[in-house]
Design a binder for this molecule. Structure first.
Ligand SMILES: *[C@@H]1O[C@H](CO)[C@@H](O)[C@H](O)[C@H]1NC(C)=O
Ligand SMILES: *[C@@H]1O[C@H](CO)[C@@H](O)[C@H](O)[C@H]1NC(C)=O
Ligand SMILES: *[C@@H]1O[C@H](CO)[C@@H](O)[C@H](O)[C@H]1NC(C)=O
Ligand SMILES: *[C@@H]1O[C@H](CO)[C@@H](O)[C@H](O)[C@H]1NC(C)=O
Length: 360
């Protein structure tokens, strides 16, 4: 019935990027929001032991749970949902700490079993076990081997919430006594970040008596379609010269694309290698990429991070940095176009190698 023999596995980046527009040669164009996933943390390949010192399976050991395809119609059967777990700190009666990275292949997220994350910190303090559960439709946890409309019918928030309930009520964990720690008898804690943080909040509201506690980080509980306010703190707090020049370039691009001549539009497109883009909003929108990279900065980020490389490309001319007012439109436009075509765009195209079709 499910005729396609191909499934899409996204190895690093979330599936959402696959839906973005492509150039005629099939390459992703760069007008794609920064992946909002939970940061990937992969556990070191170190031997783990339980509290008695007995050796445990490596953290990357993959377990399978038979999950219902449709929680409103169990007769549709099950699919194989992947999970990872450790009982390094577990003592009988301890809680189970459940986490899903959400919209990503969960295999590289084994760090979320360990105490480098809040999940493991809770488990260590409370003598609990940790689980990383792959979200339906990501990685290899797919109800159906294709992404047809018919298959995607079961890709809903409610089904994802119900997955957490069904998993926590029915899983038989591989640890000793793991068949006796269902959420009906044992306290479970749900942890999530970004989308999975929102999923955590929604689960706590939707199923108020299920999880003993929820820990939601950066939970995106409100959908905002035209979210211009996202860029406002970036505009204000990025280096002043870079901010001034970015504003100048964006105002120029808006002006040319809305009221320029065909020649002016084509010249501007050529500067950024946008010749193959049909829709001018795709072209203009792609400039947001460099600003999205702000989100990857942390208080100790400095030179060498992608965002600052971008500002350096615009603001450093012959070894000299622009003053707070920037170099102005002419230089900034050329410098941004050049950075885009020679550095940034090739970086994004390279990321395509992380997508592949794998035969089932
Ligand atoms: C536009 O598409 C053609 C055909 O796929 C390709 O050869 C060319 O390199 C593309 N141009 C740019 C600027 O990406
Ligand atoms: C786990 O990691 C080890 C060491 O890196 C590797 O040899 C093994 O294939 C991995 N197992 C899985 C299931 O990925
Ligand atoms: C994390 O767990 C490891 C292994 O059990 C332990 O050696 C280390 O002290 C723990 N770190 C913290 C910060 O608790
Ligand atoms: C100007 O740009 C340089 C290079 O990116 C940066 O190091 C510097 O902090 C900026 N100065 C101001 C005043 O914005």
């Amino acid at each position: 019935m499910w005729s396609s023999t191909w499934k899409i596995a996204s190895v690093i980046l979330p599936l959402i990027a696959l839906t973005n527009a492509r150039l005629p040669d099939g390459r992703l164009h760069a007008n794609s929001p920064r992946p909002p996933t939970v940061p990937v943390i992969t556990a070191d390949d170190l031997p783990v032991t339980d509290i008695t010192g007995a050796a445990l399976p490596p953290l990357n050991t993959t377990y399978i749970f038979e999950q219902l395809i449709d929680h409103t119609n169990p007769s549709l059967g099950t699919f194989q949902q992947r999970y990872w777990t450790t009982w390094q700190w577990y003592e009988t009666g301890g809680p189970i700490i459940l986490f899903t990275p959400g919209e990503a292949n969960a295999a590289p997220y084994t760090g979320y079993l360990t105490n480098v994350t809040i999940n493991g910190q809770i488990a260590q303090q409370e003598h609990g076990a940790t689980i990383v559960l792959e979200h339906r439709y990501y990685g290899l946890s797919n109800p159906y081997p294709d992404l047809s409309v018919k298959s995607l019918k079961f890709h809903t928030i409610q089904q994802a919430v119900d997955d957490l309930e069904y998993f926590s009520k029915n899983v038989k964990l591989p640890m000793p006594g793991g068949d006796k720690v269902s959420i009906t008898t044992t306290p479970w804690v749900l942890v999530g970040g970004s989308y999975s943080g929102a999923l955590t909040s929604w689960t706590m509201v939707n199923k108020p008596n299920l999880f003993k506690a929820g820990y939601a980080s950066s939970a995106v509980v409100e959908a905002i379609i035209d979210y211009w306010g996202y860029f406002e703190p970036i505009r204000q707090f990025m280096p002043k010269n870079c901010s001034a020049d970015v504003e100048a370039v964006i105002a120029h691009v808006d002006s040319v694309f809305t009221s320029g001549s065909k020649t002016q539009i084509n010249q501007l497109k050529a500067l950024f290698g946008w010749q193959n883009l049909t829709h001018l909003d795709d072209a203009a929108g792609s400039l947001r990429n460099n600003l999205w990279d702000w989100q990857s900065l942390s208080p100790d980020s400095g030179p060498g991070s992608l965002f600052f490389n971008f500002c350096d490309a615009l603001e450093v001319k012959n070894g000299v940095s622009a003053s707070a007012s920037g170099w102005g439109l002419d230089h900034a436009l050329q410098a941004w176009g050049s950075y885009w075509t020679t550095t940034y765009y090739p970086l994004r195209v390279m990321k395509l190698v992380f997508y592949r079709k794998v035969p089932l």
